[in-house]
Design a protein around this ligand. Structure first.
Ligand code: GAR
Length: 193
């Protein structure tokens, strides 16, 4: 099976779904490491699945570039085939991306290029958007600018707040992530930029 390393910063519901999908040998992947930038609930999902966890906190490094190198090292020890950002709320810098070319995907809770950044759901509501969704894309150095792999749309409904819309997006985002990561690892890699 392909070796997945998952990067998390938060609750880790997408990570939990990936861990579950990987139980099926036909899925073609297993999570060999989970790396976070802070202590977070996502790490618990990894620990209870017996997956090795590492925290690489930005504040422990004198500069962003040093953190990038340390993060790359923490990921690299797992010899990954694919790196999945699943609620990882930091930008990856050149040192990281150059070490893992065309190997990093991210799932983002909007219909990119609309609403990039850390508050996509809130921003969509504030803008009065009628449609929302999730985009899986290849990570580059920009803020949610990489080449799209897949996108799924959900409606914004009257009365939605951040919580209700986030839940509706995740209900579509997670199956998309599971399906697309499965397709990526079971293919020889065509489709990568
Ligand atoms: C997901 O909805 C993901 O799209 C979003 O954080 C959530 C993490 O949920 N990521 C971003 O906003 C990245 N800019 P999870 O921790 O429960 O998987």
């Amino acid at each position: 099976p392909a070796r997945l390393v998952v990067l998390v910063s938060g609750t880790g519901s997408n990570l939990a779904a990936l861990l579950e999908a990987c139980q099926d040998p036909a899925y073609g992947a297993r999570v060999v490491g989970v790396v976070a930038d802070k202590d977070c609930a996502g790490l618990e999902h990894a620990r209870s699945a017996g997956v090795e966890t590492t925290v690489v906190a930005l504040r422990d490094y004198p500069a962003r570039g040093h953190w990038d190198v340390a993060l790359a090292e923490a990921v690299g020890v797992h010899d990954p085939d694919l790196i999945v950002c699943a609620g990882f709320m930091r930008l990856l810098g050149a040192a990281f991306l150059e070490r893992f070319p065309a190997m990093v995907v991210n799932t983002h809770p909007s219909l990119l290029p609309d609403f990039p950044g850390a508050h996509a759901v809130r921003d969509a509501l504030a803008a009065g958007a009628r449609r929302a969704g999730a985009t899986l894309f290849w990570v580059d150095e920009g803020v949610d600018t990489g080449q799209h792999i897949a996108q799924v749309e959900v409606p914004v409904l009257p009365g939605d707040d951040e919580e209700s819309l986030t839940a509706r997006i995740k209900a579509a985002e997670t199956p998309q992530l599971i399906e697309q990561v499965g397709l990526l690892v079971r293919s020889a890699g065509p489709g990568r930029p």
